[in-house]
Design a protein around this ligand. Structure first.
Ligand code: ATP
Length: 349
């Protein structure tokens, strides 16, 4: 990879006894769409505020285009931020909202006119220039905020829950627009979200955070298919945790209620307790095949598949994606796991 645009090395930030950032390191590439994902309080906003310059880390280093950012005030950083509340100016029209950053930079009238028009076009607001902010829908406001943030051509745009204020249907449409605009402008985007679907849908790479630390940085597919920790497996996507014991008998096996699953390359010692994370779609369900017996306890229709909750033991219920057949509560079924399915974690529950 070429030199990253933004480089964060071992950044720490405490608020009293709370370690909001506990040694965070990550890089964001030029033109990359990067997501900070994690539960409430994990430090996402604090990290973003450190990048913007609203907050100073206690230790660690941030560099942008190779320049050390310590001591560089927010307005001197080639970074812009789009707030979840949008923070638009209600007394200005759409054009003037988008022009705001350019006027502050002292751009000429021609440059300003051309750049604002270009952005209104890109955000499908070309005919809305003279509108007041309070005459716009939620989705239109969101696009004005995006156009305004992009107008001064920041190298990096920070977006705090950019779709958080929109309803579900609009969110999905807006995801496509956001991705397209990011691609067209080739600006690096760093979005903060606690919504795993949004991060998976939008980002080139995701950093999953927990309690001030980064648990994994990877592309969406990798985060989903090969979660690095049990926390990531449980936080991103739906999964089942199946307990068992490693046995080494020449090769390594994972002994579970589902039988003996071969685990080639497993480094855990004989007798180690471990947990297997298996996605619902990797567990097969049938009415009378071989496998572990269970009873359908509940189901949710999800369009392409039906998500079943199947009780296999008094204290174990699994989520299973049924792509064929119809199931009812109380049905007796059998479940099977492909031998290579899932990811094994050394920790048992
Ligand atoms: P959310 O998704 O709820 O916005 P977050 O992941 O963005 O959460 P942060 O806002 O970065 O989390 O907060 C991380 C931790 O630091 C939390 O425990 C929070 O209470 C604490 N914190 C953040 N800002 C301050 C502050 N100014 N003073 C004291 N504690 C703070």
């Amino acid at each position: 990879m070429s030199a990253p645009l933004l480089s964060i090395v071992d950044v720490k930030k405490n608020y009293g006894a709370v370690a909001a950032l506990d040694g965070v390191s990550l890089d964001v590439g030029a033109g990359e769409f990067f997501a900070l994902l994690g539960p409430s309080g994990c430090g996402k906003t604090t990290l973003m505020r450190c990048i913007a310059g609203f907050e100073t880390p206690d230790s660690g280093r941030l560099t942008l285009k190779g320049e050390d950012l310590s001591g560089v005030p927010p307005y001197r950083r080639p970074v812009n931020m789009m707030f979840q509340s949008y923070a638009l100016f209600p007394h200005l029209d759409v054009f003037e909202n988008v022009a705001f950053g350019l006027r502050r930079k002292g751009e000429s009238k021609d440059v300003l006119q051309a750049r604002v028009s270009e952005l209104l076009e890109m955000t499908q607001l070309a005919s809305f220039g003279a509108r007041r902010i309070n005459e716009l829908s939620g989705g239109q406001r969101q696009r004005v905020a995006l156009a305004r943030a992009l107008a001064p051509r920041p190298a990096l745009l920070l977006l705090d829950e950019p779709l958080g204020a929109l309803d579900r249907k609009l969110r999905e449409e807006t995801q496509f627009q956001l991705k397209e605009i990011q691609r067209k402008t080739q600006t690096s985007f760093v979005i903060v979200t606690h919504d795993q679907d949004e991060a998976l849908a939008l980002a080139d790479r995701i950093a999953v955070m927990r309690a001030g630390k980064v648990e994994q940085i990877a592309a969406p597919e990798e985060i989903y298919e090969r979660p690095a920790t049990r926390f990531v497996a449980g936080f991103v996507g739906e999964t089942n945790f199946i307990e068992g014991v490693i046995t080494r008998d020449g090769a390594a096996f994972f002994e579970t209620a589902f039988g003996r699953l071969p685990r080639e390359g497993c480094a855990l010692p004989d007798g180690a307790r471990a947990t297997l994370s298996v996605r619902p779609e990797r567990i097969g369900v049938s009415r009378n095949g071989a496998g572990v017996a269970g009873r359908v306890e509940d189901f949710v229709f999800r369009g392409e598949y039906t998500l079943l909750r199947v009780r296999v033991a008094p204290d174990v219920a699994l989520r299973v994606g049924a792509y064929e057949g119809r199931f009812a509560i109380g049905d007796e079924v059998t479940l099977a796991i492909a031998p290579d399915a899932g990811v094994l974690f050394a920790e048992a529950r």
